[in-house]
Design a binder for this molecule. Structure first.
Ligand SMILES: [Cu+2]
Length: 150
């Protein structure tokens, strides 16, 4: 049984690369994304994106980027020493360990959505595709909250 399961996992890992257009729905892919939200700020300021990513496979998978029509540009960022624009840096990738999860949260890793479009307003949902190191993407609907995170 154990061997069968391992074989199934191997087969899944060897599945053909899925294009971003066919990105898997949240909850169905190698990386599950939950509690996804943006903090929308007034005045065209960048919106921070937060979520929890869980790797359901036996191999490390990295989040390598994101695409979102609601953002002029969207990047992976990491806050240093508690936050503020000056305390952030771009990162190339964030590894989600095999069978583990990682939090994108205020003060740590986050998506940085610059030049947010009008649809980035509290109460709305905006689609994001997270790109993964295995060549697939995860489509996630991010809830938009206000500056207080509500
Ligand atoms: Cu940032």
């Amino acid at each position: 049984m154990r061997t069968l399961l391992a074989s199934a996992v191997m087969l899944l890992a060897a599945a053909p690369v899925v294009s971003l257009l066919a990105a898997s729905a949240a909850g169905a892919g190698p990386v599950d994304v939950t509690d996804a939200w943006f903090r929308a700020l007034p005045g065209g300021l960048p919106a921070g994106g937060y979520f929890t990513a869980t790797n359901t496979t036996r191999s490390d998978i990295a989040i390598t980027g994101a695409q979102a029509a609601a953002c002029g540009m969207i990047m992976l960022h990491q806050s240093k020493s508690g936050g503020g624009m000056a305390g952030m840096q771009m990162v190339d990738k964030v590894t989600v360990p095999a069978g583990g999860s990682i939090n994108f949260a205020p003060g740590g890793y986050h998506l940085m959505c610059t030049d947010p479009r009008p649809e980035m307003k509290p109460g709305a949902k905006v689609p994001v595709v997270l790109t993964l190191s295995n060549g697939t993407g995860v489509a996630v609907a991010f809830a938009v909250r206000d500056a207080k995170g509500k």
